[in-house]
Design a protein around this ligand. Structure first.
Ligand SMILES: NC(=O)c1ccc[n+]([C@@H]2O[C@H](COP(=O)([O-])OP(=O)(O)OC[C@H]3O[C@@H](n4cnc5c(N)ncnc54)[C@H](O)[C@@H]3O)[C@@H](O)[C@H]2O)c1
Length: 358
């Protein structure tokens, strides 16, 4: 029996988590597993009910489960730029409290989806890369961060901060996963300008000496953003800091066809992980049965692999997704001429049925 905490969150979060749970029920039947699901609030949903983006009790509960499956957070009604608390803080808080410092974001373009990418077929076909994004430090967590009034007008400050230890532990994760793939690791930084990036590069190069079998390179972030579109197949594993990873992985989603195709796993030192799509709460699509649940379903597959030790079930879910897409079943974001457009829930049904019959 595995305990899974569900944090559906806001916007499309509840719909996509429902579809992932549907697929996990199929895994229970097909593989004889048992999941005990509990649902809690995070983000705007928690602010509505409790006035804060996540309750301390929810974080405590998260420490006691085998894995966490999260939808997305963010609600336009809390978008006031002067607000002191925001839904997104719930997500940052749980990542930080559970020390989930390594965010793995695979970007794999299925052959049957080549036409859905806005980038040319001959450039994107065969793309299979993995971001390892540092998740609990850097620009999104550094202090001071504030907007203050001065005699010259308002001034805003954010702080980018990294310790050598924080860099080293995420870089080691990246080297370890590179060893299990094509053994190429690109470290992305801005070492020509930022001190944090120079420490990042020095640490990367020191650790690299322990992994002589992995081919390494340093790439500046501006150049990396260009190469990702020009020749994405050149990349295998990309390790980078919190903010660069956030931005570059959204860019890379277009290579994979859609934001709706990008899963992620946030891992720490132990087995516990939090699994969530790389996209946000897409509020304008809320409750319309239009959006793509596959990023969340593929995140559930990562959960089966990394936290629940069920690699066969993870393979089965991934194969089921590939087979549904190859059979021409598509949500609107990945629909092309000659395929069948379905809703969020029908896409979940299609994957669950294929898991059962695998
Ligand atoms: N991890 C998170 O929870 C997370 C991440 C990013 C943004 N956000 C929040 O989400 C809210 C909306 O942000 P945004 O609009 O910039 O980003 P978003 O990722 O929610 O949506 C951007 C666009 O991507 C497309 N998209 C996203 N998910 C999709 C899916 N599953 N299927 C099909 N298309 C999909 C839609 O066209 C959408 O308009 C904001 O409040 C933001 O802070 C949360």
């Amino acid at each position: 029996m595995y305990k899974v905490l569900l944090l559906p969150g806001d916007g499309i979060g509840p719909e996509i988590v429902d579809e992932a749970v549907k697929v996990l029920h199929a895994v229970e039947q097909r593989f004889g597993a048992q999941f005990e699901f509990e649902t809690e609030l995070v983000g705007g949903a928690s602010m509505d009910a409790h006035g804060i983006p996540i309750k301390p009790e929810v974080i405590e509960k998260a420490r006691g489960v085998d894995a966490i499956l999260l939808g997305a957070v963010g609600d336009p009604k809390y978008d006031d730029p002067t607000a002191k608390i925001r839904p997104e803080q719930g997500l940052l808080e749980i990542r930080k409290q559970l020390d989930l410092f390594a965010n793995l974001r695979p970007v794999k373009l299925l052959d049957s989806l080549v036409g859905a990418s806005p980038v040319k077929d001959e450039v994107v076909r065969g793309t299979d890369l993995l971001f390892v994004r540092e998740l609990t430090s850097g620009l999104y967590f550094g202090t001071p961060r504030e907007t203050r009034d001065t005699p010259e007008g308002k001034v805003a400050v954010d702080t980018m901060i990294y310790t050598e230890k924080e860099i080293e532990r995420v870089v080691r994760v990246a080297f370890d996963v590179a060893r299990l793939r094509r053994k190429k690791l690109s470290s992305v930084d801005k070492a020509n300008v930022l001190d944090c990036s120079r420490l990042w590069r020095m640490t990367f190069e020191r650790v690299a000496k322990e992994y002589p079998d992995v081919t390494c390179e340093n790439v500046l972030v501006d150049s990396a953003s260009m190469w990702l579109i020009k020749s994405p197949r050149e990349f295998d594993v990309i390790v980078t800091d919190n903010s660069f990873g956030d931005i570059l992985s959204d860019e890379a989603s277009q290579v994979a066809g859609s934001m709706g195709m990008l899963p992620s796993a946030s891992l720490g030192a132990g087995k516990l992980g939090m699994y969530e799509p790389s996209h946000g709460s897409a509020p304008k699509y809320k409750g319309k049965n239009l959006i793509n649940p596959l990023a969340t379903i593929l995140s559930a597959a990562m959960m089966l692999r990394y936290s629940l030790d069920m690699p066969e079930a993870a393979d089965a879910v991934e194969r089921a997704v590939e087979s549904a897409i190859a059979d021409g079943i598509r949500t609107r974001d990945i629909w092309v001429d000659g395929t069948t457009q379905v809703g969020t829930s029908e896409m979940g049904d299609a994957v669950a049925a294929r898991v059962l019959n695998s």
